[in-house]
Design a protein around this ligand. Structure first.
Ligand SMILES: [Zn+2]
Length: 228
């Protein structure tokens, strides 16, 4: 009896030991599964956060205005950076309002070519809540006789399912005198001899040599606009 009793105790101890070992293993497995689970949900959270931020954070813009302003002012002494940025913001907004309306809503200041293009290519998913967060001057082209300003605009709108979409727009403006609906861009005339001045960047009249300061009356014609 005694030996059986001892054997019984041995069995109980063994069961306890094995059981304890199994319990420890099970506990370790449960812990690591929980850890993996936690890690997985952390990863999911990070992805969700990234998605959320992608749609709540406006697109970043690269402004080169401090570098370009001197060059622009040399050609256009009356250039007002704040006023033109307001104009660009308005044009960016009109782009998405046009998309929402399904037709080009620009009244003036836009080339006929671009107007035509916009009539057929407007983003199809704009449902409302149009916002223009920021506008930045990205480039100034004065290499040829044309003068072109390139702006970026960070904008947002809600699509048909109510999701906010963040977009970046590129807008290009050509320095031009007033536009003529029949001939497109109209040229100015030399104040001395009346000869037509072919380009905004011309410094002297090519007929009489008069130095030209014809920036007065120049407007910026929106010639290109697209989503980046
Ligand atoms: Zn002249």
């Amino acid at each position: 009896m005694e030996s059986v009793g001892l054997g019984g105790i041995g069995m109980i101890l063994l069961v306890l030991l094995v059981g304890g070992g199994v319990f420890a293993v099970v506990r370790a497995v449960v812990r690591s599964v929980t850890k993996v689970g936690r890690l997985a949900s952390t990863v999911t959270d990070i992805i969700k956060k990234a998605d959320y931020e992608a749609e709540t954070t406006p697109k970043s813009l690269s402004s080169a205005e401090p570098l370009l302003l001197d060059r622009i002012k040399r050609d256009f002494p009356e250039y007002n950076p704040e006023l033109i940025r307001q104009r660009v913001a308005k044009d960016a907004k009109t782009f998405y309002e046009s998309a929402q309306a399904g037709k080009c809503l620009y009244v003036d200041g836009i080339s006929d070519q671009l107007r035509e293009r916009l009539e057929s290519f407007l983003p199809p998913d704009v449902a409302g809540h149009i916002q223009v967060h920021k506008v930045a001057l990205a480039a100034y082209d004065d290499v040829s006789e044309d003068r072109v300003l390139t702006f970026q605009a960070a904008a947002a709108f809600k699509d048909a399912s109510g999701v906010t979409r963040q977009r970046r727009l590129i807008l290009k403006y050509l320095a031009a005198w007033s536009t003529d609906t029949e001939t497109g861009v109209r040229k100015a005339n030399c104040p001395n001899c009346g000869a037509p001045i072919p380009a905004v960047g011309a410094k002297v009249c090519r007929y009489c040599g008069t130095a030209l300061k014809v920036w007065a009356g120049i407007g910026w014609l929106l010639t290109d606009l697209r989503e980046d």
